[in-house]
Design a protein around this ligand. Structure first.
Ligand code: SF4
Ligand code: SF4
Length: 384
């Protein structure tokens, strides 16, 4: 199927191939780089330290074989890919990072970080198991404070409240812009494909000039406004509308999104860490800065939290707001937390929004593409 595509996407097509060169240039100019893997990493603190926060490679299949030389084969592909990239020096962002920030999210990742610390300076932030109690909040605030002090020592800078406030404003502005963009996906026909939305959000990790990124997103929003007025779509009007949730599905690991759109349905919302998860809430600008940052990040509705009711509520809410016809929940093989949570999510959606639900357990390989395509086709046909 030929999709009519927004022309401003050309900016984001180029961002990822150019990212390694842009980061090298920044390093040569003296920039400090903090690498992170996870949505719990509070990027404002790195920005306030005058460092560039950068997402590390974890979404390609190629380095998994190297990861498996050390890690158990039944770990999730995301962990094996991260580690494979790190040990082979094939991730330029890892290579250029002065410090890696990890978190004790799932057991696999936290044990992998112990090994990774042999390769690079690495700091692991200790997460509480839940996000609701005062004890959880106090514990996480101390972890954010510890990171702030470590960055101050590492880079020889003072992270003042003023610098943190500026970083909060900068990232909040970006979050609001992405929310505005995502609102255009409520239209029928949808003016942007889910694959393009993913590419843009992924590129956001690699455009190091944030004002340039903001200008490019604004240009795209302007174009989407025109496309909506003219009734132009990336997928046909009336295409089934799918909310994708589950594990992160970044570029290189987006096969299920691609299959859904190749089957003629529109991915109208990506509710995962490669998608909208980090943009749905702001840092409260009315609260003391470090507390406000800690509060925002602790609220990340990841399945590593127990229990994790916010994810269920949010998936139901976006499914209603984006008028979804169904929810596809993607889980990497070996990811126990998302896999178990699939049962909870399925029941929650069935009793609260009465929506069809499809669970897809897969990895980064392409061996099951046709099997997934058959299941997605049957899922879409079942919707009528
Ligand atoms: S799914 Fe959870 S562990 Fe994975 S990146 Fe997101 S917040 Fe981190
Ligand atoms: S997908 Fe699951 S197992 Fe893999 S890193 Fe994320 S939470 Fe851990």
């Amino acid at each position: 199927m030929t999709l009519s595509r927004a022309q401003a996407m050309a900016h984001f097509d180029m961002a990822i191939p150019h990212a390694a060169t842009s980061l090298k240039q920044l390093k040569d100019d003296g920039a400090k780089v903090v690498g992170f893997y996870c949505m719990f990493a509070p990027q404002e603190v790195a920005l306030a330290a005058g460092a560039q926060p950068v997402a590390l490679c974890a979404t390609k299949e190629e380095p998994i074989a190297d990861g498996e030389k050390t890690l158990p084969r039944n770990f999730c592909p995301l962990i094996k890919s991260s580690y494979g990239f790190a040990v082979t020096d094939k991730c330029p962002f890892f290579l250029h990072s002065d410090l890696i920030v990890g978190e004790t999210t799932c057991d696999g990742k936290k044990k992998m970080f112990e090994l990774m610390a042999r390769i690079k300076p690495l700091h692991v932030m200790k997460l509480p198991q839940g996000y609701s109690t005062e004890a959880d909040k106090a514990y996480w605030l101390s972890a954010v404070l510890e990171l702030k002090e470590l960055l101050e020592t590492t880079f020889g800078v003072a992270i003042t409240d003023g610098k943190l406030s500026a970083a909060i404003r900068e990232l909040n502005e970006e979050r609001l812009l992405i929310q505005e963009l995502a609102d255009y996906m409520k239209n029928d026909p949808v003016p942007l494909s889910g694959q393009d939305m993913l590419k843009l959000l992924w590129a956001r990790n690699f455009v190091f000039d944030r004002s340039e990124f903001g200008a490019q997103v604004r240009e795209l929003i302007g174009e989407l406004k025109e496309r909506v007025a003219k009734g132009e779509g990336a997928l046909p009007k009336g295409a089934k509308r799918i909310v994708v949730t589950g594990v992160p599905t970044g570029i290189g690991a987006e096969k299920v999104l691609k299959i859904i759109e190749e089957c003629g349905a529109a991915v109208v919302y990506i509710e995962n860490c490669a998608g909208m998860k980090q943009f749905v809430s702001l840092v409260d600008e009315g609260k003391p800065v470090l507390e406000a940052i800690a509060e925002k990040y602790l609220g990340t509705h990841c399945s590593c939290m127990s229990p994790n009711p916010r994810r269920m509520e949010l998936v139901a809410e976006v499914a209603r707001d984006w008028r979804a016809d169904g929810v596809v929940d993607i889980v990497w093989q070996g990811c126990h937390t998302y896999n178990v949570e699939s049962r909870v999510l399925k029941d929650y959606l069935s009793s609260n929004v009465n929506l069809p639900y499809l669970h897809i357990e897969t990895d980064y390989s392409l061996g099951d593409v046709e099997q997934i395509r058959t299941r997605v086709q049957a899922f879409l046909e079942m919707m009528g």
